[in-house]
Design a protein around this ligand. Sequence first.
Ligand code: GDP
Ligand code: MG
Length: 439
Amino acid sequence: LGTSLRGTLEELRGKSRLTEEDVQAVVKEIQRSLLQADVDVSLVMELSDSIKTRALEEEPPGGTTARDHVLRIVYEELVALVGDSTELPLEEQTIMLAGLQGSGKTTTAAKMAWWFSKKGLRPAVIQTDTFRPGAYDQAKQMCERAEVEFYGDPDAEDPVEIARRGMEETADADVHIVDTAGRHALEDELIKEIEAIGEAVEPDRSLLVLDAAIGQGAKEQARRFEESIGIQGVAITKLDGTAKGGGALTAVNETDSTIAFLGTGEEVDDIERFEPNGFISRLLGMGDLKQLTERVERAMAETQEEEEDWDPEDLLSGTFTLHDMRKQMNAMNRMGPLDQIMDMIPGLGGGLMDQLPDDAMDVTQDRLRRFEFVMDSMTDAELEHPRAIGQSQIERIARGSGTDEETVRELLQQHKMMERTLKQFQGMGQGNMDMERMM
Ligand code: GDP
Ligand code: MG
């Protein structure tokens, strides 16, 4: 599937004008991917129309090939389709979760609390589900694992009363996350209950929690919850499974909201803030976004320095010099963190990156800047053979770059670590999936 989009794009290479058939071929492949990811047909059609109209009517900016032009339009329209991330100020607030039973509300409540606690806030989860047996224990255990405050009452029967008391009991917390009951199907009773809880806790925002596998059912759910409590954001759960979550876009569209969080597992830290790039790459299949973004970035780059013409797959062959590291750092500035880039390389995605030491790929923006200065002060020979750099050179480089010896050593250390890491990948790139050795 991903290959056919790539193939179609390849066929456009070298063309200076696109015909209607060319555009149609690209649109067809995108449609295929999106429909397979459960994106609603009418949304797919809207997107297709915009792409077609723009690709045929807009003039490619100077220096842009027809292929890059269409890619840029495709990418922009996909970003418009999935939308921005729901704004979540890091301040005191009450968030209520809504959704059907099993959608992942309780798990998401604990995960979000974990997330807020990592941001330095003090969250509390209030569990109001009196409907599902074991709901109290489940929520309590998850909150223990997330190490966040929890309020619930296994003996109480009135969810509204639990919610009210929960807000009082956890008054010291900054972020109140109110978990609610679900039902197997949308019922008036469920809607009435959540409305009443909403009146009791007065949430700043309510999020609709949806299973990634949701298809057309998303529309009706979204509409009902939107009418009763108002939905400001969506959390998509179970993205670690095969479902890509495209159905949730229907809910986003229906509620005129955005996506806030993605759930990617059963543990409390299996949560990500929604981010359009990553989600689009999920919808289309990993390899494709890499090609899209690379192309788009290239098309939009004002100067096309040779240095920037960098392909992550190059890392999988040959030696890794400081020249390579620098290219990779520049590319990272444009494309996102290296671990995400590595995820886009077919065959290297998935959980492999998780198995590497945390700091193996950690180069923060600030370090990147300092490393740039250091590398500016190195000779070509030093960039090619960093292992040969000795103490006197370190001193000279530190002086010349206006940094210090420690920074130079840190850079050399970082290079060594990346080199080691990439060596492991090189083995795998050649089809040597020896997991034992990786560990
Ligand atoms: P609720 O009924 O809406 O509160 O849903 P729960 O939070 O109880 O989740 C229902 C089931 O889905 C539980 O078994 C969870 O462990 C599981 N679950 C929730 N979120 C995720 C996720 O992101 N990934 C996976 N694999 N399972 C999840
Ligand atoms: Mg629950």
